[in-house]
Design a protein around this ligand. Structure first.
Ligand code: SF4
Length: 925
């Protein structure tokens, strides 16, 4: 930055990276040691960017100062910014710093620009700023003193947030969709509209779109949905491929299509791409519908609960969380849909304060009081739910689709035409959705939901009795049921349960059971996790008389709670039918809401009771049961009994498929590589749940149009010894250097990830190659990916979530490094499924493991080549990579087994034929 444009702001600024610290004060910018930087920050509040990250770089957790991220969140709420110096500069139109020592002056310029914005009459986010600032002054927010002279008091009093938000409209019930058959030519024409008339003709995409159209045909039998399984390689254009028939059907039939994804990255992409298929807005009433044509729908725990926010603003939060609540209130006024997790609330905001602060503002425990809430008509959750009933397209995730299909409040909200994109994840989403877990944490939640805050707990949360006070005063049976439920809930674990168990003083029948569970797991676990500090588990078998007795008492306690809740649910149903005078529309909606929430809890209790009832008897072959002690780094955090379906597609078929009319599952990796080679879809069909209903799905397959032979190379590095952390770190460090950053490093164990990161981060930073890591940097995963995408010299290390959730086309991602073959964890659940597979198909279970590994490799490889022009290397650091796994990679992809030195030459682009160790050359057939 030229001297003449140096910022006038006199506040000193500090920046710290892995390669050093820089302080800028009246003497100019100079490198300083960590100690001096910490001292300077203690003396006077310094400008800094992302205080938790700088604190971790300085090794001083108590660091505080004038964080530019907080100022940005105040001045430009709901605006996207990558929280790096480069991202800040881009967001504000300032010159990007060329190196670390240019960052402090940028921070000063950014502060000046943001403060100047507040004086600009055209500041778009002015409304509400003055009022919010008055509260922030009282909370002693460090920025408040600097902002106060810049923000003029408005001439007319500002409306409070809760008055400013728009109300949603009640919509009339929609008629059922018309039964129509889509014409192939019409689908092709719609696809051409979506892709643009100048787009190249893509026959595979056209064939895919027509295949997708088959799911919309009228159903000819009950419980017989039309099912399409469509595998299409990356680059086929799947999204427009299914949006073409989906938009056509929604338009002609008046119905709603749900598109379900597994990752947030795909949800964002769909939100963007669906704009071509559906108008952004629709005149109300058009085609008998109201509201926006496309709605993104998430679980209610993702959205801001306005009642919780009001409570936080009015004293429920104090100190730093109270400042965060003010910034969240600023955001709420400008947010598109109130989605706090992965929506337009910056992912970094929560980590600046504390994670729990954000989750405490959502409706985590289903304590919503529905129409009893003063903000009901403005509630983001209610708005999204209502909008989805009238939408043409609902974008959701697999878990929410399954839950909505199983227990949506209204028929209109149940998905009947569903496209499961990232269909290879439906099995695992069903596995967790239909699981039962009787654990300490779950039972504490249930107790709170019934009883409400106890002892010194505060806040607006209320128990069942308070939420249904009017029912209790009107209906004696209902009042008795509520009182009985409250008494029974007092037998559930309460606060401090884990400490009591560890000290050998459990209280009540459930804590007794958890204490026995813990003892048994500690006695029997042989996984090797004891020393490593990992979670421990043992199968629920050979439990012994004493354990069964304790389990029996726990079962009685749960039954004692389930019974009054069921009675209460019946009373509420009767009330809704009787319709007494006081039951107006809002009260009815609230009671219907309570009825739904109670139904969900009684289902939960039924699952737990069934799990305990089975413990003494013969095992049920449909289920896998085990006991677990959850730990991380040796610290215990939960204890419990777990139950999974051996085949979760069984409940999935009942809950989702049976009621659906059309379902498509699509992915680049729906079938296993080995199956495809033989033209065998049996595994994919089995995993779709279709055979459970006797349905025969249509199958479709299209290869990727990408030239993998030219643009990608798989390198299996054979000379990095397994378990040798220094060698592993050396390999990662040198590979990242060779590619000049742009590397995604995937690990199967957090411990190894941290060890590698600790050894190479400083060295890489000194070479101008920033390294970020999940589980190390105090930054949420979504923001880490944004940072990675934004800087082609940055690299990112992570675990499972990054194997699928990263969509970084172009030069920013040109190298993927896997630390080893991603073997499945040998858990009790895995062993049971492996055995079942071996019994059914033979082969000793290896085929089951191979399929899992190939799927993981294919997903990881899929991160590398996102467009036709992407190029890159995929490196696996494994001396023993079985050839049978090579079918995970797309046909034609070159695969070489090489030494690390040869891999470095290849990645660095300087490979010469003679220098490559002559190891076998393989190509994925
Ligand atoms: S209706 Fe429920 S979720 Fe919505 S703001 Fe009120 S309490 Fe919160």
């Amino acid at each position: 930055m030229a001297a003449s444009s140096l910022p006038a702001i006199p506040i000193p600024a500090v920046h710290a990276s892995h390669s050093g610290c820089w302080l800028r004060d009246h003497l100019g910018t100079r490198p300083v040691g960590k100690g001096e930087a910490i001292m300077a920050a203690a003396d006077t509040p310094l400008l800094l960017l992302n205080a938790p990250l700088i604190a971790s770089r300085l090794g001083y957790p108590d660091l505080s100062g004038l964080d530019l991220l907080e100022l940005f969140a105040f001045v430009h709420p709901a605006r996207f910014m990558v929280p790096t110096p480069k991202g800040l500069a881009q967001a504000l139109g300032l010159a990007e710093p060329r190196s670390d020592d240019g960052v402090p002056v940028l921070l000063q310029a950014a502060a000046e620009a943001l403060l100047a914005t507040c004086e600009d009459p055209a500041w778009p986010e002015r409304e509400g700023a003055w009022s919010a600032l008055q509260s922030l002054v009282r909370l002693r927010w460090p920025w408040a003193g600097l902002l106060a002279p810049k923000i003029a008091q408005p001439q007319r009093a500002e409306r409070w947030l809760f008055a400013r938000l728009p109300e949603w409209e009640e919509a009339p019930e929609r008629p059922q969709p018309a039964q129509i058959v889509l014409d192939d030519d019409a689908i092709t024409a719609r696809l051409a509209e979506l892709t643009g008339s100048r787009a190249e003709q893509r026959p595979a995409q056209q064939a895919y779109a027509r295949a997708a159209g088959a799911m919309f045909a009228p159903r000819s039998g009950q419980r017989q949905p039309h099912m399409v399984l469509a595998q299409a390689g990356t680059g086929t254009g799947k999204t427009f491929g299914y949006l073409a028939p989906a938009s056509l059907w929604a338009e002609q039939s008046g119905g709603t299509v749900w598109v379900s994804t597994y990752t947030k990255a795909l949800q964002r992409q769909l939100r963007r791409e669906s704009q071509a298929a559906f108008p952004p807005e629709r005149a109300n009433g058009q085609g008998g519908r109201t509201g926006p044509p496309v709605v993104v729908r998430k679980g209610r725990e993702n959205y801001l609960c306005l009642l919780n926010l009001e409570d936080a603003l009015q004293g429920g939060f104090t100190g730093r969380p109270a400042i965060m609540a003010q910034l969240v209130a600023r955001w709420a006024a400008y947010s598109q849909d109130g989605d706090m997790i992965g929506g337009d609330l910056p992912g970094w905001l929560g980590t600046l304060f504390r994670k729990r602060g954000i989750t405490a503002l959502t409706d985590q425990r289903g304590e919503c009081v529905y129409a009893g809430c003063p903000h009901f008509r403005k509630c983001f959750i209610e708005r999204a739910a209502r909008a989805s009933a009238g939408a043409e397209l609902v974008i959701a995730n697999h878990a929410l689709v399954m839950i909505n299909a199983a227990r949506a409040r209204e028929v209109a909200q149940r998905p009947t035409r569903i496209v499961f994109d990232e269909g290879h994840h439906v099995f695992e989403a069903a596995d967790s959705t239909f699981a039962a877990a009787l654990t300490g944490a779950e039972t504490v939640e249930l107790r709170r939901w019934v009883i409400g805050p106890e002892g010194s707990q505060r806040g607006r949360r209320r128990g069942l009795a308070a939420r249904l006070a009017d029912v209790a005063s009107y209906d004696a049976d209902g009042a008795r049921a509520i009182a009985d439920a409250r008494e029974a809930a007092s037998a559930l674990p309460g606060d401090g349960w884990l400490a009591r168990i560890v000290e050998g003083a459990p209280f009540g029948p459930i804590e007794d059971l958890l204490a026995e569970t813990r003892e048994l797991v500690l006695a029997r676990d042989e996984s090797g996790g004891q020393e490593a500090g990992y979670g421990l588990e043992t199968e629920a078998a050979q439990l012994g008389g004493a354990f069964i007795e304790v389990a029996g008492r726990a079962q009685e306690a749960l039954e004692a709670l389930r019974q009054p809740l069921m009675r209460l649910a019946l009373r509420l149903e009767a009330l809704i039918e009787d319709g007494p005078d006081w039951l107006d529309g809002p009260a009815r909606a609230r009671i219907e809401g309570a009825r739904g929430a109670i139904g969900w809890r009684t289902d939960l209790l039924s699952g737990w009771v069934a799990l305990l009832a089975r413990l003494g008897g013969p095992g049920d072959p449909e289920f896998v049961d085990w006991l677990a002690l959850e730990r991380s780094e040796g610290r215990e955090w939960d204890i419990g009994l777990h139950r999974r379906y051996l085949d979760p597609m069984k409940p999935f078929a009942e809950a989702v498929l049976a009621g659906a009319h059309g379902v498509m599952m699509t992915s680049a990796t729906l079938t296993d590589g080995a199956e495809t080679k033989a033209g065998d879809w049996s595994g994919a069909v089995e995993r779709s749940g279709a055979p459970q209903l006797g349905v025969r799905p249509e199958v479709f397959e299209a290869a990727s149009p990408f030239d993998y032979a030219k643009n990608a190379e798989v390198l299996i590095v054979t000379d990095v010894p397994k378990g040798d952390i220094p060698a592993l770190a050396n390999a990662y460090g040198r590979l990242i250097e060779a590619s000049g950053g742009g590397a995604l490093g995937l690990f199967t164990a957090i411990r190894r990830l941290r060890a590698v990161y600790g050894r190479i981060a400083d060295r890489l930073a000194r070479g101008g190659l920033p390294l970020f890591a999940q589980h190390v940097d105090p930054i949420d995963t979504g923001t880490l990916v944004d940072i990675f995408r934004d800087d082609p010299r940055a690299s990112l290390l992570g675990t499972d979530a990054l194997r699928d959730g990263v969509d970084v086309p172009g030069h920013s991602l040109r190298l993927v490094v896997m630390e080893q073959v991603p073997w499945p964890k040998p858990s009790i659940l895995h062993r049971a499924r492996r055995l079942a597979h071996a019994e059914k198909f033979g082969g000793g279970g290896q085929a089951h493991d191979d399929r899992i590994i190939r799927a993981r490799l294919a997903q990881a490889f899929g991160r590398l080549i996102r467009t036709g022009t992407d190029k890159g290397h995929f490196v696996v650091l494994s001396s023993a990579f079985p050839s049978r796994l090579l079918s995970a990679f797309p046909p034609g992809t070159p695969v070489r087994r090489v030494t690390l030195d040869a891999a470095l030459q290849s990645v660095g682009g300087s490979v010469s034929e003679g220098s490559v160790t002559p190891l076998p050359f393989e190509t994925r057939p």
